[in-house]
Design a binder for this molecule. Structure first.
Ligand code: AMP
Length: 438
């Protein structure tokens, strides 16, 4: 099949051609006709499958007809980076349509967003917290929305956004077209589907499995030699862009310093950084100014960066799902990639769970000539203790909506999704890109 069989508008077909998209991916082949027919839809697809275009194209096609000005399509995403990314796809695929879109999220001033909203938007890509702020202030109305997309819905639930999502949905017309995309479908999510997208067709592309273009390897190593082994891997592997995951923000910061000291160009991405810092890190990584990005799970969720050759789990992810999401940042769109995971004896349970999800053991590798028996570097024990006290296992949030480190009490304000925090942290950076499509 090719895109011309999908009965898309010639402008959209031209934009697809300009992007070099020739054949629809499986999720696009399945989802686009159903969405064009106005069917509610649940798309179960891992990231990197082309799911963004699977919902963006039907939205654009639908909005080509009808009035311009009121918000007619709303796409909700868990993170700011994903909102920017989806908005970029809307703008690229919507070139020449005259449709206007913007990304709306917290951590940046309200005023520029309010101006963009006053000027008129057809499509809004938003994180839930800031969207509600605008709704409460009356700077945004959702009563003309015809299409709702909940992207990375499982992650939004994991991040504790369900009450916010319900509030957003309450502000939408009951009669609307709803599409929900998720890598997994928990019972909680099934409940949300039943109430928000009745009679939805489910489109499932494969199991929640990583792309076949990725090679996986585990690197057993004592805790105190993790950093030296990582530096050795960075040095030896024929690496392009490398995304490194740590368990906590603190560990990300510390590792960034160590990597930078070793002479690598690197940046960090996590939720304690200002929106401006996050943007500089992402833009620099995308453009290749930073070869290495050190990130925590929440910040890097759903990121689409071309040519990530390696994902390295400096810390083992807490769940198989988190592993799949992390390594989904490489091997995208049929490119090849490698996923390395440093494992210590304490990680046995998580490794077993990951291997069980894969249905096979993962290859263990050792690095020739690396001295695994060298004495611990100075301060290693002290740092390990410090990490335990400071960061603990932030890990991916659990099903109860809180990061693991917080399960004993209410979420600490600074650890909650930024979009849930108030405006205390405003930076001067402009809001998500807003422009009329050429
Ligand atoms: P997504 O799963 O939406 O994050 O998309 C993953 C990557 O696949 C993105 O970089 C898209 O630009 C790319 N992509 C999406 N659809 C196609 C297609 N039909 N052909 C080739 N690449 C595509």
């Amino acid at each position: 099949m090719n895109f011309s069989e999908l009965e898309l508008h010639p402008t959209l077909l031209a934009n697809l051609r300009a992007q070099g998209y020739v054949t629809p991916t499986p999720i696009q082949t399945e989802a686009i006709p159903a969405a064009l027919a106005g069917r509610n839809l649940v798309g179960l697809a891992q990231t990197g499958t082309g799911k963004t275009a699977a919902f963006v194209l039907p939205i654009l096609q639908h909005l080509l007809d009808g009035r311009r000005g009121p918000i007619r399509a709303l796409i909700v995403t868990p993170t700011r980076e994903l909102a920017d990314q989806v908005n970029a796809a809307v703008q690229v695929l919507g070139q020449g349509t005259g449709l206007r879109s913007a990304a709306i999220y917290g951590g940046v001033g309200m005023e520029p967003q309010e101006r963009a909203l006053r000027a008129g938007l057809d499509i809004v890509v938003a994180c839930p917290g800031r969207l509600l702020d605008h709704l409460n202030r009356g700077s945004l109305r959702l009563d003309r929305v015809e299409t709702l997309v909940l992207d990375e819905a499982d992650r939004m639930l994991d991040m504790g956004f369900l009450p916010d999502i319900r509030r957003v949905i309450a502000a939408l017309p009951v009669k609307r077209h709803t599409m929900l995309f998720s890598a997994t479908l928990s019972p909680e999510l099934q409940g949300l589907v039943a109430t928000t997208a009745p009679n939805a067709v489910t489109v499932q592309i494969g199991q929640s499995r990583p792309a076949h273009t990725i090679q996986h390897a585990l690197y057993p190593v004592p805790q105190h030699h993790k950093t030296s082994l990582l530096l050795e891997l960075l040095h030896r592997a024929d690496t392009g862009s490398v995304l490194i995951f740590t368990r906590t923000k603190h560990r990300a910061n510390r590792l960034l310093q160590q990597i930078a000291r070793a002479g690598h160009s690197a940046a960090a991405l996590h939720s304690n950084r200002s929106q401006n810092q996050r943007q500089v890190a992402m833009d620099g990584f995308r453009a290749g100014r930073f070869r290495i990005l050190v990130a925590t799970d929440i910040a890097a969720r759903g990121l689409d960066v071309d040519r990530v050759s390696h994902v390295i789990n400096y810390d083992v992810p807490d769940t198989p799902d988190a592993y799949i999401h992390r390594i989904g940042r490489t091997g995208r769109a049929e490119r090849t990639g490698e996923a390395f995971t440093l494992v210590t004896p304490e990680d046995n349970d998580q490794v077993r769970a990951i291997e069980k999800a894969f249905g096979r053991p993962l290859e263990r590798r050792t690095v020739a000539e690396f001295d695994y028996n060298a004495p611990p570097p100075p301060h290693a024990q002290e740092m390990a203790h410090h990490d335990e006290r400071l960061g603990q296992r932030q890990g991916p949030p659990r099903r109860d909506g809180r990061p693991a480190a917080q399960r004993q009490g209410p979420p600490r304000r600074d650890e909650r999704p930024r979009e849930l925090q108030h405006e205390a942290n405003r930076t001067s950076r402009h809001d998500g890109p807003t422009r009329r499509l050429a």
